[in-house]
Structure formats: structure tokens, C-alpha cells
Design a protein around this ligand. Sequence first.
Ligand code: ZN
Length: 157
Amino acid sequence: MNRDQQTLKFAADRMLGKLAKWLRIMGQDVIYGPHLTGYGLIRAARQEHRLILTRDGRLQQKQPPDFLFVESDRYREQLRQVVKACGLDPLAQAFTRCAECNTLLEARAKAAIEKFVPPYVFSTQERFSACPRCNRVYWPATHHEKMLAELEIIAAQ
Ligand SMILES: [Zn+2]
């Protein structure tokens, strides 16, 4: 596959929820949802020019647009396969997108975030970002570091 990483967008089938979430953590644009299966998945991918990620071996018979058949049922293997097949850099855009709803995050001033995070988090963190769509607040913390470690392992392979 020879595509520009910046313009590559994905449509993950409903069996690939964890993969979709991890690709979003890497900053990749991934649509995912219960309606995205079979022809629903094909329609959505075609409309938005997205590469289909699927575990459905029968999808091929439905004349889909470009797709990548995901071989493993374990998300780490899945992530490795997609990173390799698409030439993605797991770290270049990490933590720029909401893992829940796929929207690009916006930086938020610390003062604006006080009402939305636990007091301990507010007093110990300096940098915050938020999702303008679902209002989820993100900050670098232990959780974030573990994710980063995971992405570094994948990037090194
Ligand atoms: Zn969101």
C-alpha cells in the first residue's frame, strides 16, 4: 500500500473496537460503531474515501473499496499489522485525537478545566486538552505514559 499517511483515513468494522481506539490514540482518523458492518461499512468507507479494516472474510464478496484484512484477533498484533501495512508512524501524531469519538483535541487553559477534572489531577497536572465534541478532558498521566510505552514498542518494530 502506497498512500500518504496524512490523508489516510480508516473505517474499522465492529469487531475491531480496540484496534480503532488504539489507532485514534496514535492520532489516526478512524470511524467505528455498531452500524459499521457489511454494507454499512462499505457505504461509509466509500462516502468518505476510507480504507476498510476488517476481520470479516466474506466482505470481499460484497465488492468493497480498498480494504485491509486484519489477520489476528489480538489488538497488539492488529495494530502492528496496520502500522506496517500503511507505513504509519505511531508516535508522530499520538494523543491528538479523542479515543472515544475520533474528534481532534484542542488545548485548554488550566483555569478553564478546573470544574471538569478531579482536584488531585488539577493540582498535579499542567497541560490539558479536551474534545470539543464529547467534552472529555485529557492530560498526560500514568495512563498516558503506559500508552506511550506501548506505542514506542510498536514503533521500534
Ligand atoms: Zn470526544
